[in-house]
Design a protein around this ligand. Structure first.
Ligand code: TLP
Length: 347
């Protein structure tokens, strides 16, 4: 099977498996796992923040960061297609007691001009904005990379207004590879950043939340409260360390494969591809073509791909798919679209 459903499906590399096998471990809830400690120190260094915390998932990382930055009864501003809003089971409301105030954007990218229209300073009737969240790269907008000026401007203006900024940087290393900027520069002005080791970087599990040391210390307690005290977690942190050092070097290959897929899609009748900047390819099917039928047809032909909703599909490249796999997947899609079209005409 050629699996283009997500980069979450990547399997640990031989180097990761070796590191996991050899990992020195201890009880991380006592702060005694040397490998987890090393990962947290190295992650903080790479993103240029005071401290970092290893958490099981990106969802837990976002949850902890938002809880650290907000108070119950506040609002969190994000784009209307944010992962935080649509794909985290309303965790933010459940754990942080905040309401999401989403803003519409054409391409997933917030600017201060958009943010200011929904920002609230509090008063007798309206809840104060507790935090602003930006997603870089933006998943449902097709892996869009935030322009640096937009990030810096939002941070400067938000800080003037006393509002902190969290970055959901699940794929921040893809943003770095695409823009040629180091991650530390991209996230320099945000208060907290979450990034995933388990997506394009290929670790079997784990994400990082980074920010000021005092906040991250509190975050450690929130992680325990959420059931994320993972004991001898060095076996996972060891893979995370390999992911952090080795995987960013190869992301340009995934991006080139994504562009290859986009080019092939662009030649298919009625298919509309959104602009591709990183490893996510989001595209609309021809009018009247049901995504569910296409997903099933692809599966019969050895390709796994997800439909996001009734409207569009997503193909994700990662190191477990080669250029040949991508070409095969596009052949399979062409065949599937022809078959679905023929079926619809005779129905
Ligand atoms: N994204 C997954 C699905 O949940 C949609 C995927 O396949 O892309 N932030 C962003 C921007 C994400 O894309 C994801 C996962 C997360 C947070 C959550 O990470 P996990 O799955 O580790 O909780």
């Amino acid at each position: 099977m050629i699996d283009l459903r997500s980069d979450t499906v990547t399997k640990p590399t031989p180097a990761m498996r070796r590191a996991m096998f050899e990992a020195e471990v201890g009880d991380d809830v006592y702060g005694e796992d040397p490998t987890a400690n090393r990962l947290e120190e190295r992650a903080a260094e790479v993103v240029g923040k005071e401290a970092a915390l290893f958490v099981p998932t990106g969802t837990m990382g976002n949850t902890i960061a938002i809880k650290l930055l907000t108070e119950h009864g506040q609002e969190v501003v994000c784009d209307s297609r944010a992962h935080l809003l649509d794909w985290e089971l309303a965790m933010l409301a459940w754990f942080s007691g905040c309401l999401i105030r989403s803003a519409e954007t054409s391409d997933g990218i917030l600017t201060w001009d958009i943010v200011r229209t929904v920002l609230k300073t509090g008063g007798p009737h309206s809840a104060r904005t507790g935090a602003i969240e930006i997603e870089n790269t933006h998943n449902m907008a097709g892996g869009r990379v935030y322009p640096q000026e937009a990030i810096d401007d939002i941070c400067d203006r938000a800080h003037e207004a006393g509002v902190p900024v969290h970055m959901d940087g699940a794929r921040i290393f893809n943003a770095a590879a695409a823009s040629g900027k180091p991650v530390s520069e991209i996230v320099a002005k945000v208060d907290t950043v979450m990034f995933c080791l388990s997506k394009a970087l290929g670790a079997p599990a784990g994400s990082i939340v980074a920010g000021p040391a005092k906040l991250i210390e509190k975050g450690r307690l929130l992680r325990k409260r959420l059931g994320g005290g993972m004991r001898q977690v060095g076996v996972l942190a060891a893979a995370g360390l390999v992911a952090l050092e080795e995987s960013p070097k190869c992301l340009h290959v995934d991006h080139a494969n994504a562009r290859f897929i986009a080019e092939r899609l662009g030649r298919m009748d009625g298919v509309r591809v959104r602009p591709v900047e990183t490893n996510l390819v989001v595209f609309d099917l021809p009018e009247g073509c049901a995504p569910r039928a296409v997903v099933a047809g692809l599966k019969e032909r050895g390709v796994l791909m997800n439909s996001v909703n009734d409207q569009f599909m997503r193909a994700v490249t990662h190191y477990d798919v080669t250029r040949e796999d991508c070409a095969h997947a596009m052949d399979a899609l062409e065949e599937t679209l022809r078959a679905v079209d023929a079926h619809q005409k005779t129905a």
